[in-house]
Design a protein around this ligand. Structure first.
Ligand code: NDP
Ligand code: 2IT
Length: 448
């Protein structure tokens, strides 16, 4: 996959140092491979060892999170924060609470975030964090205890101009509230140190919807430019049924599409009449239940065990919005066989390297995660701006800015891809467009 000797050297050394970090190496390989043409035109990158510095996080923090469950038993989890790159602004990126979280997951997400945040055009560096804590089956009191314990260590590493965390898998409005409450209690400060906050205490209207809506704005623009087409009358399959999936479903439907399937980690539902999102929201946002429960309300819909099968469903547009590596080469082939025209990623790195390569080679309109799902962090950036000026903007103002940002991201990625000779290669387009600003900043800031 690598041809340039400098890039190969950087990757080989990364493999030596991080041999057990599969997801991190996967993200790094994709990015480094895309940067080869850039490095060849910019000898200053090799001369100043910019790639070596770019792949190495500025800081990696791992900590113990001890808390007491409802039975009075002490529980111990592992907490993380990677402060990856601050060359263009304060570290910014979400927190993930999921049993699968480890150093590899946090570092892949952090590295992706650096380029994603650069693409938003807002002044935000990249970071990511989280814990192997499993929120499933925990009481509200246990969630609060865990969040308070987590922040009791994290608070010393973050700040409104230093590092601003937000949500990701397993971290939504409820968790951000508890985390922010604990930060305020310890620091005695009301500042925009977290985003995704509740509206009464400094949150931005539109942040809840932003990733899913932004994904659809990106996809709509890509369809318009690359195929003179739109969401109208299209059949859409969306994996996941969390924050990103729900608001992608809402916007795709309002743009005239019919969403026929959604999933969680246990299985997927298929509703040929179009998913009734009111029911999904009730199950997921209110009851915190399982997607399977949908068929009790809609008996004509079908439930299938196993999340993976969702990619066998014929659709025009696929929006993977669950997790990393949820769509492999076989899934990509079956989507293409069934006539998919666009695959845009709400989740981070949902497609394997082979799957994304397949989409590009088969001229599917492909929106790689760091471009297509950047609407969430972009709106977090807008929340930071509102907190700094101690003002709040209307939903319409925020949504309008989000749309402009997503259109600009698509244009930047697409123009970069065209300049490199393949308009469908949005992976190279996104990586180079994001990296260019980081590299220029790092070169200007002196060696660090
Ligand atoms: P949520 O926790 O709200 O929802 C996650 C969804 O994905 C759930 O339906 C969950 O099912 C499913 N899921 C999680 N892990 C797995 C797994 N291992 N296998 C199958 N399904 C799984 O998270 P979000 O919606 O916030 O995040 C979804 C994706 O979007 C992630 O990749 C995240 O990094 C990315 N993202 C999120 C942004 C945000 O603003 N929230 C911004 C940009 C990207 P179950 O309930 O069964 O676990
Ligand atoms: O992956 C992501 O971009 C997020 N989880 C959102 C990060 C943020 O800071 O809003």
């Amino acid at each position: 996959m690598l041809n340039n000797s400098y890039v190969k050297r950087v990757y080989d050394s990364l493999v030596l140092k991080n041999s057990n970090e599969k997801e991190f190496l996967q993200a790094a390989l994709e990015i480094l491979a895309s940067l080869e043409p850039y490095v060849e035109c910019h000898p200053e990158i090799e001369k100043n060892k910019v790639l070596e510095r770019f792949v190495e996080p500025e800081r990696f923090i791992q900590f113990r999170v001890a808390w007491v469950d409802d039975k009075g038993e002490v529980q111990v989890n592992r907490g993380y924060r990677v402060q990856y790159n601050s060359s263009i602004g304060p570290y910014k990126g979400g927190l993930r609470f999921h049993p699968s979280v480890n150093a590899s997951i946090i570092k892949f997400l952090g590295l992706e975030q650096v380029l994603k945040n650069s693409l938003t055009s807002l002044p935000m560096g990249g970071g990511k964090g989280g814990s192997d804590f499993d929120p499933k089956g925990k009481t509200d009191h246990e969630i609060m205890s865990f969040c308070q314990a987590f922040m009791t260590e994290l608070y010393r590493h973050i700040g409104e101009d230093t590092d601003v965390p937000a949500g990701d898998i397993g971290v939504g409005g409820r968790e951000i509230g508890y985390l922010y409450g604990q930060y305020k209690r310890i620091q005695n400060k009301n500042v925009g140190v977290l985003t995704g906050k509740g509206i009464p205490f400094g949150g931005s209207l539109g942040r809840t919807e932003a990733t899913g809506y932004g994904l659809c704005y990106f996809t709509e623009e890509a369809l318009r430019v690359m195929r003179q087409d739109s969401f109208k009358n299209k059949t859409v399959v969306i994996s996941g049924s969390g924050n990103v999936a729900i608001y992608a479903c809402e916007k795709a439907t309002s743009l005239g599409a019919k969403v026929v399937a959604m999933s969680d980690s246990n299985g997927y539902i298929y509703d040929e009449n179009g998913i009734d999102l009111v029911i999904v929201k009730e199950i997921k946002e209110v009851k915190r239940g399982r997607i399977k429960e949908y068929i009790s309300s809609v008996p004509t819909a079908k439930y299938q065990e196993g999340a993976r099968g969702i990619w066998q469903i014929p659709c025009d547009i696929a929006l993977p919005c669950a997790t990393q590596n949820e769509l492999d080469l076989e899934d990509a082939k079956s989507l293409a066989k069934n006539g998919v025209i666009a695959v845009c990623e709400g989740a981070n790195m949902p497609s394997t390297l082979e799957a994304s390569k397949y989409f590009i080679e088969h001229q599917v309109v492909y929106g790689p995660a760091k471009a297509a799902n950047a609407g969430g962090v972009a709106t977090s950036g807008l929340e930071m701006s509102q907190n700094s000026i101690r003002m709040s903007w209307s939903f319409e103002e925020v949504d309008k800015k989000l749309k402009e940002i997503m259109v600009q991201i698509f244009q930047n990625v697409y123009q970069t891809a065209i300049s490199l000779g393949n308009p469908y290669d949005t992976v190279t387009g996104a990586n180079i467009a994001g990296f260019d600003k980081i590299a220029k900043a790092m070169l200007s800031l002196g060696v660090y």
